[in-house]
Structures are given as structure tokens and as C-alpha cells.
Design a binder for this molecule. Structure first.
Ligand code: UD1
Ligand code: CA
Length: 420
């Protein structure tokens, strides 16, 4: 990329359409906050640093982002142009390009942002704007081109006349600017519009009128660039991300029976020829081997690592479970904070009692073991290799290799009792 590029992520706005007590930007998509996703995408695009503009409910944003970014404070929410003005001190003296991003478009592909900067440099434009062509009604700024294809201005949806409302190319709130030209243009912004806000989008008209080069890049995949303004958008984006992630796994050799009812979070590894049945949720960071079978109705939580040929059946929840090759947890179990050896079978209804109300403890089960149905494993507890636990046992003590453990009340039959 040559010169280092700074990114600004705008995160000070109110987001009233969400109807929430929380900042819009800390709502989650697949377990990860909108603002965290936006910043991560910027970072992955190769920028050298990220400046977050915060203001409204800024404590919530700062709690999510911590010291992963620099902060600029926007005390009053006077618009996106005003938000960027707050970064002027941090930009002064810098040359080259700045990437400016709305904080509420969380599933952008980093490559799309990288391409925006590279293309802007190649074309020698002072402002390059990422846009999409959209047929329906969407309340985004409309892009107005001149006869040479340069962008004359962006007109906000609320400021559009009838004719402008027909324009199909819209602004996504992702821009690449020449830093010095941006700083000059920001000084000339006014809030003369229906919302009485300082619009960042007006920078384009200022630059164009000055004779600077402006242009747009139209995205090829509209699904990745949508923003979140309300809870319906949140759903639309969740579904778009789900489709992207599931498709990727299928391309890599995983069978997903129902792409719409399988929820695989970011950064999950799944080996080839593994089959995922419907209504399965797999959380971030989980690693699953080849030839496994998961679900239906399985919940694979954080920290799980499954070797090859593992079977996790229906109504099974596992958390921080390290499971050896060919082991099975076929039905109705909770296995948390545990290691299960290769070829071990966990009977229906078995649970690990891993939490005593204060802390979590581990259960270790050796290979080639057989845990009878409806067993309680009270952690911390270790079962050796080749052990056998009788159904219905409550195991509180360690079990040596090759042993049978029975831990339940003996049955007594009282003959004739029920006749009396
Ligand atoms: C903005 C664009 C619009 C574009 C749309 C795409 C402007 C004027 N309009 O409109 O052309 O089609 O995004 O989603 O930029 N923010 C601040 N401080 C503020 C106001 C907003 O930091 O004072 C932040 C918000 O937190 C958000 C982003 O800027 O992350 C966009 O703000 P929002 O109010 O959602 O802008 P839109 O009206 O959607
Ligand atoms: Ca928005």
C-alpha cells in the first residue's frame, strides 16, 4: 500500500431508530458488537491506526474497544462532518490518505476497504466514495455525477427532491480522502440542511467545486455493505453474515443440511466431510475435525476442540470440551470443562456438574470408556482409560483404569406392596 493509512471510525451518533437503552453500536451480531466488527474490519484492511470518534454513550463504546484505538471526543452530535472535525488535531501534519467509516456497517469485507484505498491512490482522487446501486427505497445519500462521471455532490435522503429520490446509486458512508484536502474542506462545512447537521457528505461538493478529483467505487455485493439503523437491519445483517460464513464452510468441504438454520460464528474451523444438522450453533474459535457429525439441535460453545470422527448428537451442549477421535456424545447431555478420550461413549443424559456456584472444575475421562446413561460427573473428577460407569451413577470420586464404577442406591422390591 506504500504510505501508511489512518482510519477514522465514527461512533458518536445517537442511533435513535434502534429504540434501545444501549448504544446502537454495542448491539451484537453473532456475539460480537457492531463497533468491534467495524474496527476489526478497518484493521484487517491494513490501516496503521484507527481513531474512533465517540460521544453519545461513549463509556459503552470505550468498554468494547478498550485501548485498541485512539479516541476523539465529539461532545455534541452535530453530524458526521462535525464528528470528523474532532479528529483534526490528530490528522494535522499527516499526509496521504485517510479511510473514514461509518461505525454502523459491521460486515464489510476488509478487502473491499483495502481496494477503496488502493483504487483511490491509483486514480489520484482527492475523494473516493464506496457506493452501491440499489433498486428499492433506502434512506441513504444519493450520488450525483457530472457528465465526466465525477461526483458533484451527495444529497441526503431527507434533502432530496422527487427527481433525486429516483437515483439508484447511494452512499455507504465509507470514504477515502486526501488528508490535507479534507482538513481544508471541513473548515468550509455548514449545517444548512433539513437536519441542521454538519454533513461529511458535503465535503464532496466543496472538493468538486474546487476542481479536485472525486469518484466512486460501486460494490459488487450489496449484502456486505448494509448498515444498521434499526432492529430489522440487525436481522438482515445477521442473515447476510450467516449465509456468507455457511457458504464458506460448504466451499471448504463441510456439509450443512440447512444453511438457514445453522449458526456458525466467526473464526470456526471445520474439517472436510463433517456434517452439520439443523439448529446447531457453533461459537467463535471452536475447532472441529474431519468426518464429524454434529446435531440436530446441538450447541457447541466457546473453547471446544473436536478431533476427527466425533459425534455430537441432539440436545447436547458442550463448552470447553476437548474431545478425542471417534468419541460420541449422542443425546441430551451437558459436557462442560472436560476432556473426553478417543472412542469414549457418553450415554444419554450424562452431565458434568462443573459449577459449584463459585468456580468451575474439570472432568477428565480416559479413552475407550463407557459412561452409562444419566450419569452425573461431579467435578473435579478423573476417570481413567477403559472405564465403565453404571447408568444412573453420581460419580464423585476418581475411577481407576479398567474399572467399573457404580454409584447409586440398590433397588429393593417390596412384593405385594401395591396391592395393599
Ligand atoms: C450517513 C450518510 C449517508 C449514508 C449513510 C449510510 C451523512 C450526512 N450521511 O447517514 O449519506 O447513506 O450514512 O449508512 O454522513 N455519527 C457520529 N456523530 C454524529 C452523527 C453520526 O459519530 O454527530 C456516526 C454514527 O454513530 C454512525 C455514523 O456516524 O456510526 C453514521 O451516522 P448516522 O446518523 O447513522 O448517518 P445516516 O443518517 O445513516
Ligand atoms: Ca446510518
Amino acid at each position: 500500500m506504500g504510505q501508511e493509512v489512518v482510519a477514522i471510525v465514527m461512533a458518536a451518533g445517537k442511533g435513535t431508530r434502534m429504540k434501545s437503552k444501549k448504544s446502537k453500536l454495542v448491539h451484537k451480531i453473532y456475539g460480537k458488537e457492531i463497533i468491534r466488527r467495524s474496527v476489526e474490519n478497518a484493521k484487517k484492511s491494513g490501516v496503521s491506526e484507527v481513531i474512533a470518534v465517540v460521544g453519545y454513550q461513549k463509556e459503552q463504546i470505550e468498554e468494547v474497544l478498550g485501548d485498541s484505538v485512539k479516541y476523539a471526543i465529539q461532545e455534541q452530535q452535530l453530524g458526521t462532518g462535525h464528528a470528523v472535525m474532532q479528529t483534526a488535531k490528530l490528522l494535522e501534519g499527516k499526509t496521504g490518505k485517510v479511510l473514514i467509516l461509518n461505525g454502523d456497517h459491521p460486515i464489510m469485507r476488509p478487502e473491499t476497504l483495502k481496494n477503496l484505498v488502493e483504487e483511490s491512490n491509483k486514480r489520484g482522487e482527492s475523494a473516493t466514495i464506496l457506493t452501491m446501486v440499489h433498486d428499492g427505497v433506502i434512506p441513504y445519500g444519493k450520488i450525483i455525477h457530472d457528465n465526466e462521471g465525477r461526483i458533484k455532490e451527495i444529497v441526503e435522503h431527507k434533502d432530496c427532491n422527487e427527481e433525486q429520490l429516483q437515483i439508484k446509486e447511494v452512499n455507504l458512508g465509507m470514504y477515502c480522502f486526501d488528508i490535507q484536502e479534507l482538513l481544508v474542506a471541513l473548515k468550509n462545512l455548514t449545517n444548512d440542511n433539513v437536519q441542521n447537521e454538519y454533513y461529511l457528505t458535503d465535503v464532496i461538493k466543496i472538493m468538486y467545486d474546487k476542481g479536485l478529483k472525486t469518484g466512486s467505487i460501486v460494490v459488487s455485493d450489496n449484502a456486505e455493505v448494509l448498515g444498521v439503523n434499526d432492529r430489522m437491519d440487525l436481522q438482515v445483517l445477521t442473515k447476510a453474515l450467516q449465509l456468507r460464513i455457511n457458504t464458506e464452510h460448504m466451499k471448504n468441504g463441510v456439509t450443512i443440511e440447512d444453511i438457514n438454520n445453522t449458526y456458525i460464528y466467526d473464526d470456526v474451523e471445520i474439517g472436510i466431510d463433517t456434517i452439520i444438522h439443523p439448529n446447531t450453533t457453533i461459537k467463535s474459535g471452536v475447532v472441529i475435525g474431519e468426518d464429524c457429525e454434529i446435531g440436530p439441535n446441538a450447541y457447541i460453545r466457546e473453547g471446544c476442540r473436536l478431533a476427527d470422527k466425533v459425534k455430537i448428537g441432539s440436545f447436547v451442549e458442550i463448552k470447553k470440551a476437548i474431545i478425542g477421535e471417534g468419541a460420541k456424545v449422542p443425546h441430551l447431555s451437558y459436557m462442560g470443562d472436560c476432556e473426553i478420550g478417543a472412542k469414549t461413549n457418553i450415554g444419554c443424559g450424562t452431565i458434568t456438574c462443573n459449577y459449584d456456584g463459585f468456580s468451575k472444575s474439570k472432568t477428565i475421562i480416559g479413552e475407550h470408556s463407557f459412561i452409562g446413561s444419566n450419569t452425573n460427573l461431579v467435578a473435579p473428577v478423573t476417570l481413567g482409560k477403559n472405564t465403565f460407569v453404571a447408568a444412573g451413577s453420581t460419580i464423585t470420586d476418581d475411577v481407576p483404569d479398567d474399572s467399573l464404577a457404580i454409584a447409586r442406591q440398590r433397588q429393593t422390591n417390596k412384593e405385594g406392596w401395591n396391592k395393599k
